[in-house]
Write a protein that binds this ligand. Structure first.
Ligand code: GDP
Ligand code: MG
Length: 293
C-alpha cells in the first residue's frame, strides 16, 4: 500500500480546489473565480485499493505581503510544503507569471518530488502551443512528471491520479478509510456560506468577507445553523443584503441546498450580516475569526 501527503500549490485561481474536489470525488474545498477563495489549509483524503493520498489544499501564494491576511495566506501555503511527500504544482495553460517564479522558489527549497500539472487545457485550442512552455518548464526544474489536464472537465485526471499514487511512498493509511476530510462539519458549513457569497457578489466585497458559525445544533432530524457574515464597512453590508434582501436570500437558498446534501438531512439556516471595521488587516481580529496557525 502507498500512503502520503500531497500538497496542491500554485498561484491563486489556477484550480487547486477544483482539482482537490475532483480527485476526492466530493466537495471538500470551496471554489470561485475570486482570489482568496481558499484561506485555510484543508485536507481531502482519498483511499483506494492502491493506497491513501492525503491532499493538502492551500491558499495560493500571494506576491504582495502588505496586508495581514496575505501574510497569513502565504504562511499557510508555505508551511504546507514543509512535511509532504509530494507536491503537485498547478499552473495555468496561459503561461508563466512572476508569481509562478515565487512558487517555484519555495518548491525547490522543500526538496520533494514535484509534478508539474498544467490546468485548464479545455481552454486551449491548439495543444501544440504547450510545447515551448513545457520545454521552458523542464529546463527550470527536474520535475517527476509534467501533466497537462483539466480539473473542470476531468481531462487526463486519471493519469494525474495514477502518477500521484506511483510517486507516494509505501505505507499504511494515515486516516480511517471512510474519512474524506480533516475539517469539522461546522467549518465546512462556514465555507459553503462563504462560497455562495463569493459567487453572488461583485469585485468590491469578497476580500472583506468572513463567515462565523454561531450555532450548529441537531434538533431531531433538522440541523439548525446560524451564521454571522462579517464585512468591513456599512456599504458592504448593504451590498451583501441586496435590494429587499434578495442577495442574502439567494445566498441562503444555495448554501442550504449544499448543506442539506453534505449533511444528508434538512437544514434550517439563518444568516446575519455584521460590520467589523478593518478585520482583514488586523492580526488580532484575524485570530478571533479563526485565522490562526
Ligand atoms: P484555486 O484558487 O487555485 O483553488 O482555484 P479554484 O479551484 O477556486 O478555481 C478558480 C476558477 O477556475 C474557478 O472559477 C474554476 O471553476 C476555474 N477552473 C478550475 N479548473 C478549470 C479547468 O480545468 N478549466 C476551466 N476552464 N476552468 C477551471
Ligand atoms: Mg482554492
Amino acid at each position: 500500500m502507498k500512503a502520503g501527503f500531497v500538497a496542491l500549490v500554485g498561484r491563486p485561481n489556477v484550480g487547486k480546489s477544483t482539482l482537490l474536489n475532483h480527485l476526492v470525488g466530493q466537495k471538500i474545498s470551496i471554489t470561485s473565480r475570486r482570489p482568496q477563495t481558499t484561506r485555510h489549509r484543508i485536507h481531502g483524503i482519498k483511499t483506494t485499493e492502491a493506497g491513501q493520498a492525503v491532499y493538502v489544499d492551500t491558499p495560493g501564494i500571494h506576491a504582495s505581503e502588505k496586508r495581514a491576511m496575505n501574510r497569513y495566506l502565504n504562511k499557510t501555503a508555505g508551511s504546507a510544503l514543509g512535511d509532504v511527500d509530494l507536491v503537485v504544482w498547478l499552473i495555468d495553460r496561459a503561461g508563466w507569471l512572476p508569481e509562478d517564479e515565487l512558487v517555484l522558489k519555495r518548491i525547490k527549497a522543500a526538496g520533494v518530488p514535484v509534478i508539474l500539472a498544467i490546468n485548464k487545457i479545455d481552454r486551449l485550442e491548439d495543444k501544440d502551443a504547450l510545447l515551448p512552455f513545457l520545454q521552458q518548464a523542464a529546463a527550470s526544474h527536474n520535475f517527476a512528471a509534467m501533466i497537462p489536464f483539466s480539473a473542470l472537465k476531468g481531462t487526463n485526471l486519471e493519469t494525474l491520479d495514477r502518477t500521484i499514487m506511483d510517486l507516494l511512498p509505501e505505507g499504511d493509511p494515515i486516516f480511517p478509510e471512510d474519512q474524506v476530510t480533516d475539517r469539522s462539519m461546522r467549518f465546512m458549513a462556514a465555507e459553503i456560506v462563504r462560497e455562495k457569497l463569493l459567487r453572488a457578489l461583485g469585485q468590491e466585497v469578497p476580500h472583506a468577507i468572513t463567515v462565523e458559525i454561531e450555532q450548529f445544533r441537531q434538533d431531531g432530524a433538522l440541523t439548525r445553523i446560524s451564521a454571522l457574515i462579517w464585512v468591513e464597512r456599512p456599504g458592504q453590508k448593504a451590498i451583501v443584503i441586496g435590494k429587499q434582501g434578495e442577495v442574502l436570500k439567494k445566498v441562503g437558498e444555495r448554501a442550504r441546498h449544499d448543506l442539506e446534501r453534505m449533511l444528508e438531512g434538512k437544514v434550517f439556516l439563518q444568516l446575519w450580516v455584521k460590520v467589523k471595521e478593518g478585520w482583514s488587516d488586523d492580526e488580532r481580529a484575524l485570530r478571533s475569526l479563526g485565522y490562526a496557525d
